[in-house]
Design a protein around this ligand. Structure first.
Ligand code: ASP
Length: 335
């Protein structure tokens, strides 16, 4: 159980929360991703189609009465159900040939997260993550405990084999036969998914879902479900979802780094000096990826919305699958 919060600590939190709950009729925003990796030419169309369908699902929610949390759940479920991506069905197999899934959602008003790791019987772990956020006093449940929570709270379970597809089974066999040689991972390395949304009431939510890395050690958990690493949302700054080499992203706590930089306008100064773009959101995304390369010596990407709904994306892989809704409600999709 938590200790009671003592008076001197409580005051600023009360002030912040009351100022966050009064906004209404803002313009909604949505950005989603399907992983940063060396997406081969032949996979580009599938990635774009999946991103489009997820944007449509999330935007339908935001255009109606739905909340930011409803929108990111709707978008991520589409991507989890699409075998193109490394989340839900079609996820990479671990060293034992099993799928182990991780996911997180976070609410920008309360800073409450719900996260799951290493679940093997949940088709849509983003739904389970949301259920934990809304119904549990805890923020993260793993493996059998997370599946027990799913059973007790009406989140459907599936057979572990339902999450395995033939493409990943074959890739896993090739890896086993040849000590996980790097060339066997080309073309199916990454594809984590995520979304960030702001609804018309000013609620901000972010989420990330993944099957993790190919041939990972059983029980390995990457950045994706860890608050501040694979995802963060703070209505005072913005929301972030990350993708890429989890062990590197964890080193720099990349999602929280982005949020802290959004709070700190000084990140704009070097951009101004170089005559670069003045979008704080883009400057922050770029700075995070520079840090990932420079301090963790690895690759990845992130998407973010600042608290006003301005989108940004950055990556240091050959491509990243992502898309966002532009001010005229048209979709911008990459690659
Ligand atoms: N970040 C994920 C992980 O390390 C993988 C990815 O985003 O592609 O589990």
């Amino acid at each position: 159980m938590r200790n009671a919060i003592v008076e001197p600590v409580r005051f600023p939190f009360d002030a912040v929360l009351s100022s966050l709950t009064v906004c209404a009729n803002l313009k909604p925003s949505l950005i989603i991703h399907g992983g940063a990796w060396n997406i081969p030419d032949e996979a580009v169309d599938d990635c774009r189609a999946g991103i489009r369908r997820a944007l449509e699902a999330g935007w339908k929610v935001l255009s109606g009465a739905g909340t930011a949390m409803d929108a990111i759940e709707a978008a991520v479920v589409i991507l989890e159900d699409d075998p193109t991506f490394d989340a839900g069905i079609g996820s990479h197999l671990n060293r034992d040939g099993r799928v182990q899934l991780d996911a997180i959602v976070m609410d920008g008003a309360t800073l409450k997260a719900g996260a799951v790791a290493a679940v093997e019987r949940v088709r849509n772990p983003i739904r389970l993550a949301r259920s934990i956020l809304e119904k549990s006093e805890h923020m993260m449940l793993v493996a059998a405990g997370a599946e027990k929570f799913a059973e007790e709270n009406g989140v459907p379970l599936c057979a572990p084999e339902e999450l395995v597809n033939e493409r990943e089974r074959m890739a896993w066999r090739r890896c086993l036969e040849d000590s996980h040689a790097a060339e066997h991972h080309v073309g199916h390395e990454h594809g984590t998914v995520g979304a960030v949304a702001i609804d018309r009431h000013g609620n901000l939510a972010a989420g990330t879902s993944t099957g993790g890395t190919c041939c990972k050690f059983p029980g390995r958990v990457g950045d994706s479900p860890l608050i501040g690493c694979g995802c963060y949302a703070d209505a005072e700054a913005g929301g972030v979802s990350c993708t890429g080499h989890g062990e590197g992203i964890m080193k720099i706590v990349m999602a929280k780094m982005a949020i802290d930089l959004l709070h700190d306008q000084r990140v704009l100064v070097p951009h101004r000096e170089k005559g670069g773009p003045l979008s704080l959101a883009q400057a922050v995304a770029d700075a995070c990826i520079r840090k990932l390369a420079h301090r963790a010596h690895t690759t990845g990407g992130l998407i973010l919305l600042d608290r006003d709904g301005l989108p940004a994306a950055a990556f240091n892989t050959p491509r990243m699958a992502y898309g966002y809704v532009q001010p005229d409600a048209s979709f911008r999709i990459a690659p």
